[in-house]
Design a protein around this ligand. Sequence first.
Ligand SMILES: [Zn+2]
Length: 403
Amino acid sequence: MTHQSETLCAEDRLKRAGQHLCDLIAFDTVSCNGNRALIDHMAAYFGDLGARITILPDETGAKANLVAAFGPEDVAGLVWSGHTDVVPAVEPEWQSDPFVAELRDGKLYGRGACDMKGFAACAMAVAPDLAAAKLTRPVYLCFSYDEEVGCLGAPAIARYLAALPTPPEFAIIGEPSMMQLVTGQKGKIAMRAQVNGTSGHSSFAPEHVNAIEYAAQAIARISERGRRYEQEGPFDADFTVPHATMLATMIKGGVATNVTPESCGFTFELRAIPEMDPEADMAALLAQIETEVSAAMAAKVEGTGITFERIFAYPAMGEARNTAGFTRYASLLPAWGGKVSYGSEGGVFEQLGGIPSVIIGPGSIAQAHRPNEFVSLEQLGLCVDFLGSLISHLSQQAGAGRT
Ligand SMILES: [Zn+2]
């Protein structure tokens, strides 16, 4: 291939990526609205190109994951993964319709442009090349639902891939990283607490079990653990915040200034680095609150106390750089950009699917979840070039050249 035709080819891929991104942004896939129409659109596209299509719907059928596989089935392959849901776009600061892509100054604006329909559009743009290549290893294009509300779709994909006769050996998650290599992501456990006390005129306070005051005692223990992570670790200097964090995030309770509050609800979260056991830490905290706070409530008035409910949890993504999958593609991967504290499906693929994972995707997380979200054409260009280089690396011709 001449240099000139390579350039034309790259331009063509970028143009295709931009068109696919416009199509994808037009689907309103805010998590609560479902993603089924978009998944059917992508499945039809990849299916027409000859991919093996697997749709993994949720129990309602309104949401689904998609796995489109290209290449042989009997060798360990590569996963390209992204979520198709987006966060709501109700901010008044939007300068254009968030579900109609708009190109201004080399940037494509729209909800999901960088988080993360941009990556999906790039995968679609290079899919004809995947279909045409004589692949030596399979590539699994995986697109999930409900990542933004707690990585709810990805576990089914991870389990599906892990159950294949030859599961994939490496996953690239296309979350926005400015096309840098990200090798770690924090895990999260989000919890809800309900404090049930007793009520009455506040002038008789000593007779009551004040739900807000006991909630405060429980929250003090949550903050104390947060402080301990900050002071004692464990530490991982590759993260911007180099330790786990734990904090209360919402609270509601009480009915009037002169009534002892009977009820108080609050939420809290633990964001864990890969080197720790967040489940054990959370269990220890709940046991501590049970013995030090709830027991005192029940001793005063039987039946009062604190109950806990898990809202969602997803695991941290650990270090992939010492794995065989990583090594196979190491020479093609972009410069290392550290580890991130935001959630991604990488931890799910790694811990539930046993697939070492990294994050590499177009656009910046700084533009995600904000009005006027955009991805630059330059970033989309870098992404299609990167995916194209992976295809060349996996194609039979390149394999013959390497021997
Ligand atoms: Zn995302």
